[in-house]
Design a binder for this molecule. Structure first.
Ligand code: AMP
Ligand code: MG
Length: 441
């Protein structure tokens, strides 16, 4: 049986990066740039004022102070978007507003707060220093500079930068369409009558949400019964997608037929079963060049298998370079018993106690208990070789949600519930340490 890391490698070596498309910058939020972006002009495009005040020649105001005031004659104004057409000569000044272009002849801006004015005469009460409060042309970005690179994730700052540079459209990697099939005679959908012995099909929904969370597009193939013909018909429909996920029917039960169905559809099996709990019976293969993930049916097994294998694969398809969730080190709050042979991924909550990060198992670790996922901040990684896992031991925890517990507390106020945690550079990823932020713990 493959170890989890070997299985991840096998999956990723078969995953293609999708093609690119040109979309509006606002639609590009969360997507990955498919090309470098060079600045086609300087930003800012001209020298302009960082303050509201007066533009003048430094030679005139050198040495000015409250006891040695300098009087200048106001000859006009330079507002943002409305440059002053004339030239500032010796003994002269213009009004200037933040963002206003520095008029010809001027080389310094004096803040309003350091002046007084009467009619056309402005009195300068400080020497701001030469070139003060001027934002020089190109101080942010210079023409032809590479500002964004292929592979960058488009976040709000990148969207702002693209707009600043005058780009309405960008090329990004495409999002995969991901077909999702649930299998099981016991399953009913939300609009179907429920009775004892039936199970509401939750995997179609949790998996679709996971697909959407990583930026891909889910395509529901509905629920197939434990019947090869039904499964075959539905999966065939899914072959127009870029990847196929099935849930259930991949274990060793009499009605676990999904592997056979997939083989009939031409799947080349790359592996079946991974040495992990939950999620052991995963099957992975390809039909043509399409990755197919046969996930186990238990709701937490399906979600955790998605996290470990499907999410990195979908991210790779979309051009991402960082494919894995960050992990932290935390101290075990209680003993964590485990089977000797397999790696366990234990749903846990992360909290802070006496300046240390602690991890506590969520109560019910059954593979069917979805509540454990609802409560979990992350997954404790319990490898057989590191056993025993007794209270006080340091363990690694893979975080499942970036807003929990990463952003629990405002660093500026008493808002929030827990002490702040901060990111510190760690081995190959993000390591998070408890920080002594001011405020209540
Ligand atoms: P299986 O992997 O088909 O043996 O299913 C394992 C367990 O997961 C069984 O208890 C199933 O009822 C349950 N299960 C399978 N598929 C789903 C699903 N789509 N939604 C919720 N539970 C499921
Ligand atoms: Mg089943």
């Amino acid at each position: 049986m493959l170890e989890i890391g070997q299985a991840q490698e096998k999956v990723l070596e078969d995953i293609p990066v999708l093609g690119t498309e040109r979309i509006h910058i606002l639609e590009a939020l969360g997507r990955v740039l498919a090309h470098d972006v060079k600045a086609k002009r300087d930003v800012p495009a001209g020298d302009n004022s960082a303050m509201d005040g007066y533009a003048c020649r430094h030679g005139d105001v050198a040495g000015a102070s409250a006891t040695n005031p300098v009087k200048l004659k106001l000859i006009g104004e330079a507002a943002a978007g409305k440059p002053f057409a004339g030239r500032v000569g010796s003994g002269e000044a213009t009004w200037i507003m933040t963002g206003g272009l520095i008029p010809a002849g001027a080389d310094t801006v004096v803040m309003v707060e350091d002046t007084t004015r009467e009619g056309d005469e402005v009195t300068i009460l400080t020497d701001p220093g030469k070139s003060r409060h001027i934002r020089p042309r190109g101080e942010d970005v210079t023409e032809n500079e590479t500002v964004l690179s292929k592979g960058d994730i488009v976040r709000a700052p990148e969207i702002g930068m693209l707009a600043t540079l005058g780009h309405a459209y960008v090329h990004v990697y495409q999002r995969p369409l991901v077909a999702i099939l649930s299998t099981g005679d016991e399953l009913v959908d939300l609009d179907e009558p429920f009775s004892e012995g039936k199970v509401v099909c939750s995997n179609s929904y949790s998996l679709a949400a996971q697909v959407m969370e990583c930026g891909a597009i889910p395509l529901s193939l509905g629920i197939a019964s434990d019947d090869e013909a039904d499964q075959r018909a539905r999966i065939s429909e899914g072959l127009r997608a870029d990847a196929i996920l099935t849930s259930g029917g991949v274990s060793v039960g009499k009605y676990d037929l999904v592997k056979d169905t997939l083989s009939q559809l031409g799947m080349r099996v790359k592996f079946w079963k991974v040495a992990m709990k939950p999620g052991k019976p995963l099957v992975f293969g390809t039909i043509g060049n399409k990755p197919v993930f046969g996930l186990p049916g238990n709701p937490t097994s399906a979600m955790i298998s998605f996290e470990q294998f499907v999410r990195p694969a979908l991210l790779k398809m979309m051009g991402h370079v960082n494919l894995f969730r960050p992990f932290i080190e935390a101290t075990l709050a209680d003993d964590a018993p485990k089977e000797p042979n397999r790696l366990h991924l234990v749903r846990c909550q992360v909290f802070e106690k006496d300046g240390r990060l602690m991890a506590r198992r969520t109560a019910n670790q059954s593979s069917g208990a979805l509540r454990s996922m609802v409560l979990a901040d992350g997954l404790m990684i319990l490898a057989p070789e590191d056993a025993p896992f007794t209270a006080g031991k340091t363990v690694q925890v893979q975080l499942l949600h970036t807003n929990s517990p990463l952003s629990p507390h405002s660093p500026f106020s008493e808002l929030g519930t827990r002490k702040g945690l901060h990111l510190v550079p760690g081995m190959g990823g993000a390591l998070i340490a408890a920080a002594e932020h001011p405020g209540k713990g």
